[in-house]
Ligand binder design. Structure first.
Ligand SMILES: Cc1ncc(C[n+]2csc(CCOP(=O)(O)OP(=O)(O)O)c2C)c(N)n1
Length: 569
């Protein structure tokens, strides 16, 4: 039988379908996404959850004239399929293929590049204000998850947008999940909104009004504006979004295309900032993902029948971090851990089980995580904060202002440092050595292997000063290192003596340096290999003495050239 999806080459084709056909299209899209991600890896559960929502958005709005900004952007596969890229799906997240996140360079339908969380409302508000100044006429829509709404930037934007008169539509995709279960006060508020009886009643009221729309026209819209707000205020006195200046519509079943289209049509007619609360199920339509949405948030190649991963996962740095921290914390009661919504990804799952009172998931709030850590350190705790390198970029000011200028003992663990693969440029960890190296009072280390990492973690926890340890995605390199000299402040490790060339390396790339030196050795060049271990303070003595001897130096690091190891001398 022909698939509906075969007939969809763009949003104009979608707009011609009736509701039944759109429902069938939703199933075709799910099939394509499951097939693609089972081969290429990617963000499965989030995309399966927004199939109907994305169909409804593209049915009601007119992209690319209307602008849709996908927060984080990991849920944009359905959007890509509907906007002329379905045939390119087999290339998803591959070199030269389509990206796993929105990219303006890929399509005019991608109105803004995203990758890091909680940016969409700020960007959408900026676009909306510019539209008004330029006297243009289009809709600007930010689609943001309940997880991304825990980020400070999103809350700052709501605060600003609520006080403006600007027309702006925020669609809150509430699936109760960040990567794992969502946390925090706003999440508690949303769950009250979803479950309270009077909300259902008020929703029934909205539905009734909406169903009258074709006949009621503008009168109904005015009716909604005036009456709905006052009824809601009566029923829900602490309705956060309305109190801060948004018109709230919902909650609405995010898998019912008809209802979604109705409410989106209403939102088009209303003035000012609107928030539409859409309730969806993460992983919808694929049982393994519905049952384990966190596991299928970002999946590698898997078997569709069983949902089992087809990629063997060797022990990685995050797991070593988690295991070692549990051991350290058993001995030292002052050690606490903080995660910004990445408990599993950063290896803290065991720690959280073992020490529930000493492990804090603060939401997607990296800046707050570091400020919170500073306070804990000030009051004699030893906070350990694992965050991915690219997300540490958010915290530069907290690192300087709240931690380093005050010389507080926070252990900043920079996971996924260096190149991380197919998530694209927004996720690469290639700046951290450079930006941390400019900060005062900071110690920066990077281990060559797991054992050195454990030693560094032990050292860092006892330092009582600001300290960074950066380590890569994945496991150890090929070379098995026998020597693990004690970690001493600012002391590098001489791995191999030689007279022809000095190779200075740090972290993961030390393994590469050793491989290169053995190839050079086979070609008659004897390299001296130094494992820097500390970027700050750097072991100038050892490095300069070696260079004086060999007169030639090469540095190898997985960081941009500006700043970092090469910059140090
Ligand atoms: C600044 C930042 N921190 C962390 C992440 C990693 N991350 C990607 S998606 C996600 C959860 C998003 O949850 P939500 O917005 O509710 O979307 P869902 O996947 O549930 O649809 C996180 C923590 C990120 N992309 N950006």
């Amino acid at each position: 039988m022909d698939k509906i999806l075969d007939k969809i080459n763009g949003t104009e084709d979608l707009k011609k379908l009736n509701i039944q056909e759109k429902k069938e299209l939703a199933e075709d899209i799910r099939e394509l996404i499951i097939k693609t991600v089972s081969n290429n890896g990617g963000h499965l559960a989030s995309n399966l959850g927004v199939v109907e929502l994305t169909i409804a958005i593209h049915s009601v709005f007119d992209a690319p004239k209307d602008k849709i900004i996908w927060d984080v952007g990991h849920q944009s596969y359905v959007h890509k399929i509907l906007t002329g890229r379905k045939d390119k799906m087999p290339t998803l997240r591959k070199l030269g293929g389509i990206a796993g996140f929105p990219k303006q360079s890929e399509s005019e339908y991608d109105s803004f590049d995203t990758g890091h969380s909680s940016t969409s409302i700020s960007v959408a508000l900026g676009m909306a204000v510019a539209r008004d100044i330029n006297k243009e006429n289009n809709h600007i829509i930010a689609v943001i998850g309940d997880g991304a709404l825990t980020g400070g930037m999103a809350l700052e934007a709501l605060n600003h947008a609520g006080a403006m008169k600007t027309n702006l539509i925020v669609i809150l995709n509430d699936n109760e999940m960040s990567i794992s279960k969502n946390v925090g006060g706003i999440s508690m508020f949303l769950s009250k909104v979803r479950t309270r009886k009077f909300y259902t009643e008020s929703n029934r009221y909205v539905k009734k009004v909406v169903s009258m729309l074709p006949r009621g026209g503008n009168f109904i819209i005015r009716f909604i504006r005036k009456i709905k707000y006052s009824i809601k205020q009566l029923l829900i006195p602490n309705m956060l979004f309305e109190d801060i200046g948004f018109r709230y519509l919902g909650p609405i079943d995010g898998h019912d295309i008809e209802k979604l289209e109705s409410i989106l049509k209403v939102s088009k007619e209303l003035d000012g900032p609107i928030l539409i609360h859409v309730v969806t199920k993460k992983g919808k339509g694929y049982k393994p993902a519905e049952e384990n949405p966190d596991k299928f948030h970002s999946a590698s190649k898997f078997d569709i029948e069983t949902g089992e991963s087809l990629v063997e996962k060797p022990k990685d740095y995050s797991a070593v971090f988690g295991e070692k921290l549990v051991k350290i914390a058993k001995e030292n009661k002052k050690v606490v851990a903080i995660t910004a919504a990445m408990k599993d990804g950063t290896g803290l799952d065991e720690f959280a089980k073992e020490f529930p009172d000493r492990c804090f998931d603060v939401g997607i709030a990296e800046q707050h995580a570091l400020g919170f850590a500073a306070g804990l350190a000030k009051n004699n705790m030893i906070p350990v904060v694992p965050i991915y390198s690219s997300f540490y970029q958010r915290c530069y000011d907290q690192v300087i202002h709240d931690i380093c200028l005050q010389n507080l003992g926070v252990v900043m663990c920079v996971d996924r440092a260096g190149l991380v693969g197919n998530d694209g440029e927004t996720h690469q960890g290639i700046f951290d050595l450079s930006f941390f190296s400019l900060v005062p009072n900071i110690t920066i280390m990077a281990p060559k292997d797991f054992e050195e990492f454990e030693n560094m973690l032990e050292y860092a926890v006892n330092l009582e000063k600001p300290v960074v340890i950066r380590y890569p995605r994945g496991g150890e390199g090929k070379n098995k290192f026998q020597t693990h000299e004690k970690i001493r402040k600012g002391k590098a490790e001489l791995l191999q003596e030689g007279n022809d060339l000095t190779i200075v390396s740090i972290g993961k790339m030390v393994d590469r340096a050793v491989t290169i030196s053995s190839i050079l050795g086979e070609n008659g060049i004897n390299a001296e290999v130094i494992n820097a271990r500390f970027l700050k303070p750097i072991d100038e003595n050892m490095i300069m003495n070696s260079i004086k001897k060999t007169r030639k130096v090469v540095t190898i690091e997985d960081n941009i050239i500006k700043g970092g190891l090469r910059k140090c001398y």
